[in-house]
Design a protein around this ligand. Structure first.
Ligand code: ASP
Ligand code: MG
Length: 417
């Protein structure tokens, strides 16, 4: 007997029929003797609709009221699943974030979980074998007792945090894909499902564009060393052996992974914009003059490349920002033009960032060099490069994204046989 968190995303609870399917998955685990806490998202599309309603009501709305509105999607699905579970003879009770409580920071609309009291849920496991059906994505700000939400995709984070709080053996994330792939299978049909992936690699994959899990949830999994299993909710509940190993990907600590490749996966994002400042005066304080105002404007700068100045007088500097912040970033820079002292600003929004990830890179030299050669053989021009211990990224023209991803996927031996 064990203790499980089962998290179901929006497509898995999209309608009553799908919710019945979820209930059968839950029943399977309950029948196998496990204590179960279920975490649900809102029905697919629901949160978008609620967000749109807030914008329609007023473009500049109060974040506390936004939270009151958008948290409602999960309130609906948690109640519905509890009803359906009861209907098939399983003790179940729904829980909103404030009822547990899931205490969060006061950053309404993007709050962080601070503390979860799992006592009552664990008591009910012991006393009545009751399944807890918990609304994901939401918590409560203890300073004002108001509902908070955790940022889009936040129910993954709810699930992992709850798993840690109730000391679960594992957190199962049921979703519309059957695991984590070496890259997006829609782009590379030869992408392979990974049986296991280390928290660190998954954290990079998720941060760099893979959309399987919210980044925060992976961080939490790593901090609490909570194994997270990504699996499909479309498999028929009755076909699954609760004691066997179903298809899926286990995100776990590095020590638990025996066979490892140098490169684990390739991520990409087209939501990048590039800004290049030409002929900046090469003197101390210039970088501060550029990046200080961007930081003040809350704009995340990602890649930064500065060229060596030949004459010791001027240099070029290139950096990237999220495409959604591009206009603001450009305005911020042009309004400090006099202080920075550049001659020209060039920019490109049709760029994408392709990233190669693998903790094996720590102990292998020349991994990135191979990629640069392979890309040049395909005539793909690299606009900027960043590297860290376990990943490197290249910025390229968006039109070449697919070609670059496929080329690198083959290069690093990730293609499925
Ligand atoms: N329903 C929320 C969203 O769409 C939370 C989640 O599904 O993870 O962002
Ligand atoms: Mg999600």
């Amino acid at each position: 007997m064990g203790r499980l968190v089962m998290k179901f995303g929006g497509t898995s609870v999209a309608n009553i029929d799908r919710i019945r399917n979820v209930a059968r998955h839950v029943k399977r685990e309950v029948d196998a003797g496990h204590d179960v806490a279920v975490v649900v998202s809102a029905m697919s599309g629901k949160t978008n609709e609620l967000v749109d309603w807030c914008r329609d009501a007023s473009p500049l709305h109060d974040a506390r009221e936004y939270d009151a509105v958008v948290a409602s999607g999960e309130q609906v699905t948690s109640g519905l699943l509890a009803i359906v579970l009861q209907g098939i003879g399983i003790q179940a009770r729904s829980w909103q974030g404030w009822q547990i409580p899931i205490k969060t920071s006061d950053a309404h609309a993007s709050a962080r979980i601070l503390e979860i009291d799992g006592t009552e849920i664990m008591n009910r496991f012991a006393d009545r074998k009751e399944v807890a059906v918990i609304a994901g994505f939401q918590g409560i700000n203890p300073q004002n007792n108001r509902i908070t939400t955790l940022g889009r995709g936040g129910s993954d984070t709810s699930a992992v945090a709850i798993a840690a709080a109730i000391r679960a053996d594992r957190c199962d994330i049921y979703t519309d894909v059957d695991g984590v792939y070496t890259t997006d299978p829609r782009v590379v049909p030869k992408a392979r499902r990974l049986d296991k992936i280390a928290f660190e690699d998954m954290l990079e994959l998720a941060s760099l564009g893979a959309k399987v899990l919210q980044v925060r949830s992976v961080e939490l999994g790593m901090v609490h060393n909570m194994p997270v299993f990504v699996r499909s909710s479309f498999d028929k509940p009755e076909d699954i052996d609760p004691h066997g190993t179903p298809p899926g990907t286990l995100i776990c600590s590095e020590e638990e992974i025996m066979e490892s490749h140098v490169v684990t996966g390739i991520a990409f994002t087209k939501d990048e914009a590039q800004i290049s400042l030409r002929q900046i005066e090469d003197k101390p304080g210039v970088a501060a003059a550029i990046f200080g105002p961007l930081a003040d404007a809350n704009i995340n700068v990602d890649m930064i490349v500065q060229n060596v100045s030949e004459d010791g007088k001027t240099t070029d500097l290139t950096f990237t920002v999220p495409a959604s912040d591009y206009n603001r970033a450009r305005d911020t820079i042009t309004s400090s033009k006099a202080k920075i002292g550049y001659v020209r600003l060039d920019s490109a929004t049709d760029v994408s960032k392709v990233s190669v990830i693998g903790s094996g890179m720590r102990s292998h030299a020349g991994v990135a060099a191979k990629a640069f050669k392979a890309l040049s053989e395909r005539n793909i021009n690299i606009r900027a490069i960043t590297t860290s211990e376990i990943k490197f990224s290249v910025l390229i023209d968006a039109a070449y994204t697919e070609l670059a991803v496929r080329t690198l996927h083959t290069l690093y031996g990730l293609d499925q046989a």
